[in-house]
Design a protein around this ligand. Structure first.
Ligand SMILES: *Cc1c(COP(=O)(O)O)cnc(C)c1O
Length: 426
């Protein structure tokens, strides 16, 4: 369920008409719905209500500070995977003690800054990171609350590029090495080793791999406790899938029940890190048709949004529903076309062989389910300014990231002295 619906023949974001919004802010743009963000957060919260648990929204899915502040006010903490994301979470008003720092390659500098900011929940993924974190916490006088991310060697059966829990994936410490890693961690000063963390992948549409992983997690807790470690905390990761096209994803309630069955009786505080499930359906990308080109083999609808704005189709072969902003008349014959951007790459497409109503230059399209891993993965390839982000709340909207300009980009670049005008050397 989302709040992007037709009213009087025009697609709206809550109470805001998208045609007028496109006139006001230009295209392409991302548009997020506060009511949808809140609804998804609430659904997840309800699903884990019976557990001793908290939600740390995985901010890499959509890290605009207005989105973070929206979720923060609902009670969300944050899962961050870089020093930059930590700054965003703090900037959005999320308390340091509600932030978890995850990631396979944290630098000493990032750990120093995290501890200095009071972000002490750290999910560690390797032996050298344990050593560096110990040194950092001794230097800052903080004690880091450590969960070791273990790799359960479970195939999440999701897209190759977002599967993280197999032993050939770079993430976590292999279960077979985990006992030794905890032994090592317990000997290091400055660390309070209290948790086990897992995150086996993203866009999971089947609970079976989760059940397998969480069952292994529960066994591991037993083993670690027998080894004398006080395990009080479990980080369950994120990854719950959503519906982009015809997938049937488990409901958060079904997920919650499975969690209760697998780890619910261990007496641990649980942290959940949903990202996509919160933000995915809460955003769309609005783009305008530049040209429609009929070839001998194909029809191309060339739009002003491109792979630099939304890389998921070409990176993950992802499907995104596309709907015209002006509601199509019933009875209109659909035409098959590729919806492509202007970038000089064959991989620059938003959809292939998609049935859409006849389109013309100037028509507006909405690419649905673009709220997660959309704007955050955007680039300026082909010197295309980053698209703006708009947040709607009821009948109100606000620009929460303005459109980049070419001048913004050029301002970061400079000529070396030998190429400055007037220079005659070389
Ligand atoms: C990416 C990530 C998440 C969120 O994954 P979603 O599929 O967006 O829910 C949670 N935890 C960690 C450690 C991650 O890297």
């Amino acid at each position: 369920m989302d709040h992007f619906q037709y009213r009087n023949g025009e697609l709206h974001a809550e109470g805001v008409a998208l045609g007028a919004l496109a006139e006001a802010v230009g295209t392409p743009f991302f548009c997020y719905s506060t009511a949808t963000l809140a609804r998804h957060y609430k659904v997840f919260e309800d699903a884990i209500a019976g557990l001793n648990a908290g939600i740390c929204y995985a901010i890499k899915a959509n890290s605009n500070i207005a989105v973070l502040a929206t979720l923060g006010r609902l009670g969300a903490g944050a899962d961050v995977v870089s020093g930059g994301e930590m700054v965003r979470a703090l900037e959005a008003g999320i308390a340091p003690d509600k932030i978890v720092f995850s990631g396979v390659g944290k630098t000493r500098d990032e750990l120093d800054r995290a501890l200095a900011a009071g972000v002490t929940h750290i999910n560690v993924e390797s032996y050298p990171e344990l050593d560096i974190l110990s040194a950092a916490s001794q230097a800052t006088g903080q004690t880091a609350d450590v969960a070791i991310r273990v790799n359960p060697d479970v195939d999440a059966k999701t897209h190759e590029k977002i599967s993280t829990g197999r032993k050939e994936d770079k993430f976590g410490i292999d279960l077979a090495l985990a006992r030794d890693a905890y032994r090592h961690a317990a000997e290091l000063p400055g660390l309070n080793v209290c948790g086990v963390a897992m995150h086996i992948g993203s866009q999971l549409t089947d609970l079976t791999p989760y059940r397998e992983a969480y069952t292994r997690m529960a066994e591991m807790v037993g083993v670690l406790r027998a080894d004398g470690h006080e395990i009080t905390h479990l980080d369950m990761g994120g990854g719950l899938g959503i519906t982009y096209g015809d997938e049937v994803a488990p409901t958060p309630a079904e997920y919650g029940t499975m969690v209760a069955e697998t780890v619910g009786n261990l007496g641990c505080r649980l942290t959940f890190e949903p990202g996509r499930m919160i933000a995915g359906n809460a955003g769309i990308l609005v783009t305008r048709v530049i040209f429609v080109k009929q070839g001998t083999a194909k029809r191309f609808c060339i739009v002003d949004g491109a792979m630099n704005d939304l890389i998921r189709p070409t990176l993950y072969s992802a499907h995104h529903e596309i709907v015209p902003v002006t509601e199509q008349q019933s009875g209109v014959d659909l035409l098959e076309m590729d919806v492509v951007g202007p970038i000089c790459e064959t991989g620059d497409y938003i959809a292939k062989d998609r049935a859409l109503p006849p389109l013309d230059s100037g028509d507006l399209l909405a690419v649905r389910t673009a709220g997660a891993y959309g704007a955050v993965m955007a680039s300026t390839y082909n010197t295309r300014p980053l698209a703006p982000e708009i947040l709607v709340d009821g009948d109100d909207y606000a620009v929460i990231r303005r459109r980049f300009t070419v001048q913004d980009m050029l301002a970061l670049e400079s000529l070396p002295p030998w190429l400055e005008s007037g220079s005659t050397t070389r």
